[in-house]
Design a protein around this ligand. Sequence first.
Ligand SMILES: [Zn+2]
Ligand SMILES: [Zn+2]
Length: 292
Amino acid sequence: MKLFSDDMSFYKANFHCHTTESDGHVTPQACVDFYADAGYDILSITDHRSVTKVVSDRLLLIPGIEIDYILPGQWVHILGLNMDASIGEKWNRTGTPQEGIDLIRSLGGIAVLAHPAWSLNTPAFMRSLTGLSGVEIWNSVSTLPMNGDRAESTSLMDVTWASGGELLPVFANDDSHGYTFEAGVAATMVQAEEKSIPAVMSALRAGRFYATTGPEIRQIENRNNQEIVVQCSPAENVVFYSDCPWAERRCVIRRGITECSYSVGKNDHFVRVEVTDENGRKAWSAPIRVRE
Ligand SMILES: [Zn+2]
Ligand SMILES: [Zn+2]
């Protein structure tokens, strides 16, 4: 089974950023112009706790929000995409994260868990959530010089998935605030039938996307849960991670890889692909179920 269609385009999206409507440093219009100039096709402004209204014909705007909770030992930030503006009033700040996810979905949106490594989310907490449509595997602002380096959530998600967590598709988002080092770094590449909100939401619900800070994943094929084949832009290494700590031939390392494969191990339940280019930039696939 191929994960991507051979005749649909990929659109470049950033589904997480902030403006002067919350704690971002640029106006909504300047934010839109920044991402349009940077070659993005789709943008969600996800200001904290309210939906920012902005109009542009330069790219497809999907209304968004970021809601937040503080729990003992961890914070929880959840993105709502394709949001009805009424969520600002309907959201109960003293409620639970699950109630927030349920509210987002009841208003026709999808919920994405933001930056779990930065938030110190625990695998047990993440396993308890239902109704998420994805998780941020990369969050550009969570790197140096801003508050340390917990941009990548891969290890944490591997532990969560290996211990029974739902295999969620992965987003790479900027979470832009200052529009300096972090903006224009990440992209979620969505394969949609057209550049419209219904088509993009349908692609997100179907998991037809991958996360990247540079390389392209062009196709991933799951051959009867026996072999995973990936096609990508020229890479320096491709690693097939799974829930089995050791796998022979997990790492493919050579110049200019554009296609390679992995034989699924007898103890693998999921496999995910990580592609790294010559500049150290990465692309991440969703975890693919290969065994119940
Ligand atoms: Zn956040
Ligand atoms: Zn944010």
